[in-house]
Design a protein around this ligand. Structure first.
Ligand code: FAD
Length: 154
């Protein structure tokens, strides 16, 4: 099995899209991620999987905190921006939740403290204890087979 076949198969798992964000020395860093899931209800834990190639890896290792922002159907441009797929520099406004930067206009903002980091292959799994969260009544952005989708047919 080659890498492309593996990626194609994993892409058949339809997901939402998140932007993971953190702050180090007063500088906010965001990154698009769909490798996110809920881990535990008691205590409330989530996990994100971050590539060894991503700048985000060192940032979370330094801050020990991150937010997961579940993107709305209106935020595809932000997904592309935080995946480094847009050439233009874009100013992005963040709010704070528990002192952690979060993206306004997302479906859910989840502020976490890292409780464990597991290096697995070329990614690190950060387990985050949920400190606080906010939910908005918006439609989510969907990602399937390498393309953005929405829950409602247009
Ligand atoms: P960069 O590539 O340097 O930053 C990403 C972009 O965000 C740059 O354009 C940068 O200018 C901008 N940016 C960062 N902070 C700010 C700020 N404060 N204000 C304005 N702009 C800012 N990779 C994973 O490791 N795990 C995943 O689960 C994952 N899922 C993905 C899902 C999708 C749908 C896509 C499209 C990509 C996914 N990626 C994932 C790939 C990942 O998003 C990219 O490789 C990303 O470029 C890595 O980011 P970086 O931390 O290296 O930082």
């Amino acid at each position: 099995m080659d890498d492309r076949q593996f990626r194609n198969a994993m892409g058949k798992f339809a997901t939402g899209v998140t932007v993971v964000a953190t702050e180090v020395d007063g500088s906010i860093h965001g990154m698009t991620a769909n490798a996110f899931m809920s881990v535990s209800l008691s205590p409330k834990l989530v996990v994100v999987s971050i590539s060894e190639k991503a700048q985000m890896l060192d940032k979370i290792n330094q801050s020990g905190k991150f937010s997961v922002n579940i993107l709305s159907s209106f935020q595809q441009d932000l997904s592309m921006h935080f995946a480094g797929q847009q050439k233009n520099h874009q100013e992005v406004k963040f709010d704070l939740l528990e002192g952690i930067p979060v993206l306004p206009g997302s479906v859910a903002q989840i502020a976490c403290e890292v409780t464990a980091a597991h290096i697995e292959g070329d990614h690190t799994l950060f387990i985050g204890k949920v400190m606080d969260l906010q939910i908005e009544d918006l439609e989510p952005l969907i990602y399937f087979s390498g393309k953005y989708r929405s829950l409602t047919e247009e």
